[in-house]
Design a protein around this ligand. Sequence first.
Ligand code: NAP
Length: 461
Amino acid sequence: MSKLRLAIVGAGPAGIYAADILLKAERDFDVSIDLFESLPAPYGLVRYGVAPDHPRIKGIINALRDVLDRGDIRIFGNVNFGVDITLDDLKEHYNAVIFATGGQRDAHLNIPGIDAEGSYGAADFVSWYDGHPDVPRSWPLDASSVAVVGNGNVALDVARVLAKHAVDMHVTEIPDNVHDALRDSSVTDVHVFGRRGPTAVKFTPLELRELGEVPNVDMVVYDEDFDYDEAAQAAVKGNKQVMVMDRILQSWRQRPTVNNAPGEAPRRLHLHFFANPVEIRTDDQGRVAGFVYERTASDGAGGVVGTGERREIPVQQVYRAIGYFGSPLEGVPFDERRGVIPNAGGRALVSAESDEQLAGVYATGWIKRGPVGLIGHTKSDAMETITNLIADRDSWWEPTASAEESIPALLAERGVRWTDLDGWHRLDAHELELGEAEGRVRVKVVPREDMVDISRDERTA
Ligand code: NAP
């Protein structure tokens, strides 16, 4: 075989890193890569998951853009796998496929009231404030008190965006509708609930420290959560991250707002630890009215046990940020329990119960290993998948239609309005221009049709 024609599904960091690693890998065959993306724009989670007030992380886009701008990868955006193009199509046109579709759904929280009006998944809210084209444009920010469940970085993103004053978000790339809704928000109190103690959180020091720097928002922590046992003290001494975060939290205990005594700011962000979600209480119209949790206590070994003591805080909205979950792909095996494509080192398996490899099919990123780890971790993940793909060359598919032009011809025949790299440059320039006019980083174009029209230069005046 003198050439590998590879399809990658998903143009987020996982897919782009995989393409880059393959193109740079030592190999004795040529490679051509087509990157399929369901959205009209590339960069996946960096564009539609990273919070708009995190420009440092958004900056990863620059590295991803450099890869695409080299020009040796073709992009087909606005192409929905399973609808516009199927696994059988890919088998006909390529030697192999790598799925890099991530995890976009919220994990389920199985407590009474979770489906009440006013109870949301963090992923949906994140998609809304990041201007994802497939979520409703409006978001009801009519609650004065909200609960955010979870102690990971997504919980901190959601809590920070809810608590932050719109004027401090204006400079970012948030779409206008998001800015206006945040400006009109009724929120005064954001309560974050973690089921374990302050030394067993999943969020990280930079993200925690940032909460204390949000203008006109007081941090509130509760003395009862800081009565550390030996295991917690050992965690503080033995782990630099935990030590730094403990210092940050302890500094907030010294502030006048401790234990909810009135502070100066019009908004407060409360951190509650040892609080396991039990129920979302609703009013007689089925709307969120309160968040009920069971107080937990340290089990002496780094974990927690329930104490049986129930508490309730009145809130009108609940956001669960307890982890993401992958979505099944048409015709591709799926592990329903873990929300991933069952795989061994990125080689897809015929089912979650089998160790038989499904020839030609690979996975990388969150759809391979689950929704954990920072964006950079995806590189080593891609390295493993690519190494295995190269080693498997004897079992790659043998396509019957491998001419480069056959894919655009197929999409055109099906009436798909796909977007390409030039189109992305056009949309990118348009958004930057809109931003510049307002002294902002960029202004995102949200409706899918507008994104496609601008990308394809098919705007009607
Ligand atoms: P995560 O880090 O896994 O955190 C999930 C949180 O939900 C944990 O505190 C977990 O508690 C809690 N949880 C899970 N099930 C629960 C339940 N049934 N009841 C109550 N709490 C529950 O997930 P994530 O926040 O979605 O983040 C995913 C990845 O993206 C992470 O690697 C994160 O660092 C990264 N990320 C980074 C940034 C950034 O700005 N750097 C921003 C967003 C995301 P336990 O620990 O007790 O299980």
